[in-house]
Design a protein around this ligand. Structure first.
Ligand code: NAD
Ligand code: AHE
Ligand code: ZN
Length: 369
């Protein structure tokens, strides 16, 4: 079939809106009509050429919501008409990782997913006879996409897709990082570095966890107003200080914060986030994705004296078993998604969505097909 898609033909180039060919779903696969998709910083990261797994040409996008159109052989958990959220972290329930009960990092389709391919090692997308690669197992920048069955969460059809698409990545990642990774407790102090969709979701999660002081840090002060409405108690622009930001926070708290979260993808900020954690027990969660070849460092003494460095993918959330419940939470108002959607555009406006992100003007632009 034909599908309108925003194709990344090469790194560093704007996406091109073209009509691609989409093959039917094969065994264990599902054809999904995407109705809405967010644009996450990770899409921009991969488009920039910094992603070691970035392959081109590709259909990017991984923060979507849609409706099942057709299922391939053997698919039993979804049927045409079901409302779904594609998952870049699959949940097969059978692999070592799923069975461990310790992690959401299912490996069922991860190897081929990282190469831009379906689990059988081929692609369902082409343009003028040339293959187009998939992305993160989702490719939500195409109106019709093919996804592995294990990479689909079936959700309440009454949910607002313009909002719950954000549970496909950003909001789930931030809220999950607070509850599943850091396990923030009532009264704990929290520092959030980077106030985009991820950082603001961390703040929302911290408020749910009844955190005490919540420090919101960004070099763009226009983010502070929304951060405060989500629950930030102190907003800090590192540019307003001569001292390193970790020193500023340690001085404001005496010994540092109980939890810090890096939501930018900057390895220097990751160090600052670790070093503002409380002596003896403070922990720092890396959420941001850093470019190829970049590494984190700190004095080992920071760890010797009791700080812990953690990381999280998709907030530790198991997509098929836990995401439907988060959609229900959003429908009840326990997760507030509306403030994240600062802009909406049609598919033709997708490059503008990237511009708004880079200019610091948006939290999330949602593409409405
Ligand atoms: P975003 O671009 O919307 O937000 C980033 C924020 O960081 C912006 O407000 C920006 O002003 C701020 N910032 C930039 N440099 C800064 C600095 N030096 N100090 C303080 N603030 C600074 O991005 P996003 O969509 O919120 O994504 C954030 C990061 O999280 C990205 O690296 C993305 O790839 C990553 N991410 C990771 C996961 C995961 O599962 N681990 C999931 C989603 C996104
Ligand atoms: N491909 C990159 C890593 C990218 C990365 O870390 N992705 C996050 C999700 S970002 C969502 O916006 C993630 O979940 N990683 C775990 C996984 O299995 O992909 C690289 O460095 O190769
Ligand atoms: Zn994302």
């Amino acid at each position: 079939m034909k599908s309108r898609a925003a194709v990344a033909f090469a790194a560093g180039k704007p996406l091109e809106i073209v009509e691609i060919d989409v093959e039917p779903p094969r065994k264990g696969e599902v054809l999904v009509k995407i109705t809405h998709t967010g644009v996450c910083h990770t899409d921009a990261f991969t488009l920039s050429g910094e992603d070691p797994e970035g392959v081109f040409p590709a259909v990017l996008g991984h923060e979507g919501a849609g409706i099942v159109v057709e299922v391939g052989e053997g698919v039993t958990s979804v049927k045409p008409g079901d409302h779904v959220i594609p998952l870049y972290t699959a949940e097969c329930g059978e692999c070592l990782f799923c069975k461990s009960g310790k992690t959401n990092l299912c490996v069922a389709v991860r190897a081929t997913q990282g190469k831009g391919l379906m689990p059988d090692g081929t692609t369902r997308f082409s343009y003028k006879g040339q293959p187009i690669y998939h992305y993160m197992g989702c490719s939500t920048f195409s109106e019709y996409t093919v996804v592995a069955e294990v990479s689909l969460a079936k959700i309440n059809p009454d949910a607002n897709p313009e909002h719950v698409c954000l549970l496909g990545c950003g909001v789930t990642t931030g809220i999950g990082a607070v509850h599943n990774t850091a396990k923030v407790q009532p009264g704990d102090s929290v520092a959030v570095f980077g106030l985009g969709g991820i950082g603001l979701a961390v703040i929302q999660g911290a408020r749910q966890a009844k955190a005490g002081r919540i420090f919101a840090i960004d070099t763009n002060p226009s983010k502070f107003e929304l951060a405060k409405t989500f629950g930030a108690t102190d907003c800090i622009n590192p540019k307003d200080h001569d001292k390193p930001i970790q020193q500023v926070i340690v001085e404001m708290t005496e010994w540092g914060v109980d939890h810090s979260f890096e939501c930018i993808g900057n390895v220097n900020v990751m160090r600052a986030a670790l070093e503002c954690a409380h002596r003896g027990w403070g922990q720092s969660v890396v959420i941001g994705v850093a470019g190829a070849g970049q590494e984190i460092s700190t004095r080992p003494f920071q760890l010797v004296t009791g700080r812990r460095w953690l990381g999280t993918a998709f907030g530790g959330v198991k997509g098929r078993s836990q995401l439907p419940g988060m959609v229900e939470d959003a429908m009840k108002g326990d997760i507030d998604l509306a403030p994240f959607v600062t802009h909406t555009r049609d598919l033709e406006g997708i490059n503008e969505a990237f511009d708004l992100m880079h200019e610091g003007k948006s939290i999330r632009t949602v593409i409405n097909y």
